[in-house]
Design a binder for this molecule. Structure first.
Ligand code: GLA
Ligand code: ZN
Length: 655
């Protein structure tokens, strides 16, 4: 477990480096990320590499016992490269080419860009790959899908489609291009979803394939770098800094080539009592189901041309401990010192522009000391849950392409289940359908809108073998080509769910009432009229188009149970029904934390560690019905822990 910082020696006079390195060590920072935007200094002229300055910087850090992660600098290609090859610039949806001036101004599908990406990666890997001070690599910076609309990408997309469909007849049939007379008689006729040329409402099948292709392009771009790094830098890890709930890119695919993932955590200045910061960590942990790094942890006031909120005293430390609670093994702060120039002058680092240690520095030094003290206990512990919410970038894209109504967005759905489970005091994993589902007693699936035969078989097998599955409206609507399935909804899962959707009412923000037991709740977004085919109703509509008809049903199937929600309820509805879902799965709810308090466990054989983080500017009290030894923070008293604003407690469970 380490604490570190992102450092840009190229932004500061070399005479300052030793002072910085010494102060870093004194602060308890032992790892530094370098060079991810330094291409113009690493290769100032085409083919002439200058690694001497970076060697010296690494040496200065090494002298203080600090190890280094190097970034490949391909998020910021230098001006000389663009001048020589203007077609490296990506094009937007109007087919308008970007120009020089910020960053990410490169098409990752462009063969010349690929070539230069391999060259700079290889040159760096050959030079630094076996350096004793270099422990690992970060590919590029904050990858996104290559949603580039240049003519080269259009060409490559057509090649990709030809590989996927084989013939135009097959593609025409799969996409249903007979609609509006769009049947293609030549591959070159297939467009990209260019907005100005063909409007926004292009064929949904084309749009989904386009997103798949754009995501794969980025994954391949990274893969080329990873292969080179592995060849020339044995024994070093390769990671990438992901972006939490960012969703243009299939992070599961991207991560398949990495040793572990890292991510950039900027919770913002105003931290409300919602659970999104925790959910973002759990989404990230779920990408590989293993501990991760924070590669950029917010260390101060954010800002580009406008300036954001100042984190309250103790808040950065609370964010940092929350990251560890949810599975971070290393926390690296962004950035060491606020830069004097450039776009991010007001993105504040651990030090201000003046370079002097002040209160943010003291707070981070405190966190680093605490981490060092607790490392022996925390080493090897992991956050693991008995319940999971499924994550899928494909479902997410399909729901972006056809949002249908307000409220069906992927993270909105994820958040409902996640928050409901967390309110029951449970840790939650957020994982791919391809994960080992048998590790979970309950699996909640937000709209599994694009339902393949394989997905349906996996979910059905999970239930048959004893799992408890929670399904949502808009499940099974589409096939893999993003066209509607002809069977009754939820199509391939109708049998396992023991239900058929007879009709539906898209609600968006409109509300209906739903009755469960003696209580009534509001519901919105969507209303399915559910006809049980073996299932039993557990909630019915109290008004609206489907008054008295089932809104939520439960079905026993094989050894397991499927709960089918035909609506999206207010939080109280989930609070009312979740105990029944958990008990079907044989799970006891945990101690329920109040809103704004994050409680999370990490475990290893013989050790269970509880983290309690008060996210609020006000005092809060957390339940603690266990025997706990206090490792950090306020001691429990009478089965509860009183937490001042932004307090953090870490406890070892002893009984
Ligand atoms: C991102 C980037 C950093 C920096 C910060 C702050 O996370 O990775 O390079 O730009 O945001 O803006
Ligand atoms: Zn392109």
């Amino acid at each position: 477990m380490r604490v570190g910082v992102d450092y840009y020696p190229e932004h500061w006079p070399e005479s300052r480096w030793p002072q910085d390195a010494r102060l870093m060590r004194e602060t308890g920072l032992s790892v530094v990320r370098l060079a991810e935007f330094a291409w113009c200094r690493l290769e100032p002229v085409e083919g002439r590499y200058d690694f001497a300055w970076l060697d010296r910087a690494i040496g200065v850090l090494q002298a203080e016992g600090i190890v280094v992660v190097l970034g490949t600098p391909t998020a910021t290609p230098p001006a000389w490269l663009h001048e020589r090859y203007p077609d490296l610039y990506p094009a937007d949806a109007r087919r308008y080419r970007l120009g020089f001036g910020t960053r990410l101004q490169r098409c990752m599908g462009n063969p010349t860009m690929r070539d230069y990406s391999r060259r700079i990666t290889e040159a760096m890997a050959r030079h630094f790959g076996q350096h004793p001070g270099v422990i690992g690599w970060q590919t590029d910076n904050e990858f996104e899908a290559n949603l580039c609309y240049c003519d080269g990408c259009a060409e490559r997309f057509r090649v990709w489609l030809r590989e996927r469909y084989g013939t135009l007849d097959a593609l025409n049939a799969a996409w249903g291009t007979v609609f509006w007379s769009q049947e293609y008689s030549g591959w070159s006729q297939i467009p990209l979803p260019w907005e100005v040329r063909c409007g926004k409402a292009h064929n949904p099948s084309l749009q989904l394939d386009w997103r798949r292709f754009a995501s794969e392009t980025t994954v391949e771009f990274q893969r080329e770098q990873v292969e080179i790094l592995r060849r020339h830098s044995p024994g070093r890890f390769v990671t990438h800094n992901l972006m939490g709930l960012h969703d243009t890119l299939d992070y599961f695919d991207l991560a398949a080539d990495l040793d572990f993932i890292a991510w950039d955590n900027y919770p913002g200045g105003d931290w409300h009592d919602d659970r999104d910061p925790a959910m973002s960590h759990d989404v990230m942990r779920g990408v590989m189901r293993r501990p991760f790094w924070i590669m950029e942890e917010q260390s101060g006031i954010p800002g580009w041309d406008r300036i954001g909120a100042r984190p309250a005293d103790g808040q950065v430390r609370a964010w940092s401990w929350q990251a560890v609670a949810h599975g971070a093994d290393t926390v690296v702060y962004f950035r060491w010192r606020s830069c004097l120039y450039g776009t991010e002058q007001y993105w504040h680092g651990i030090l201000n522009h003046d370079g002097q240690p002040r209160r943010r520095h003291r707070e981070i030094a405190q966190f680093a000391r605490e981490m060092a003290a607790l490392a022996p206990v925390l080493d090897g512990t992991e956050a693991r849950a008995q319940v999971a919410v499924l994550n899928s970038y494909e479902q997410n894209w399909a729901l972006k392409i056809q949002p249908q109504v307000d409220g069906l967005g992927w993270w909105e759905q994820t958040r409902r289940y996640y928050n409901a489970l967390r309110r029951q005091g449970l840790g939650v994993d957020i994982v791919a359908l391809g994960a080992d589902l048998e590790d979970y007693r309950v699996v909640c699936a937000p709209s599994w809108y694009v339902l393949t035969e394989e997905d349906a078989a996996r979910l059905t097998a999970y239930v048959r073998q004893g799992g408890t599955l929670v399904l949502s409206p808009r499940t099974g609507v589409k096939d893999a080509c993003n066209t509607c399935r002809p069977q009754p909804l939820p199509t391939l899962l109708a049998e396992a769910a023991g239900v058929e959707v007879d009709d539906y009412a898209p609600l968006g923000r409109r509300e209906v009432r739903v009755r469960a037991g003696d209580a009534e709740f509001t519901a919105s977004v969507w209303a399915d009229a559910l006809v049980p085919r073996g299932a039993e109703p557990i909630a019915t509509y109290a008004d609206g188009h489907f008054t008295s008809e089932p809104a939520i049903v439960r079905n026993r199937f094989g050894e397991g149970t499927v709960f089918t929600f035909g609506v999206y309820g207010e939080p109280a509805l989930y609070d009312a029904l979740m105990p029944a879902i958990l008990s079907a799965a044989g799970i006891e709810p945990g101690a329920r934390p109040p809103d704004g308090v994050d409680m999370q466990w990490r475990e290893k054989p013989g050790e269970r560690v509880l983290f309690v983080v008060n996210q609020l500017a006000a005092p809060a009290t957390a339940p603690a019905p266990w025997r706990l030894e206090t490792l950090l923070g306020p001691a429990p008293c009478g089965g509860a822990i009183d937490l001042p604003p932004y307090a953090v407690g870490v406890y070892r469970r002893t009984g």
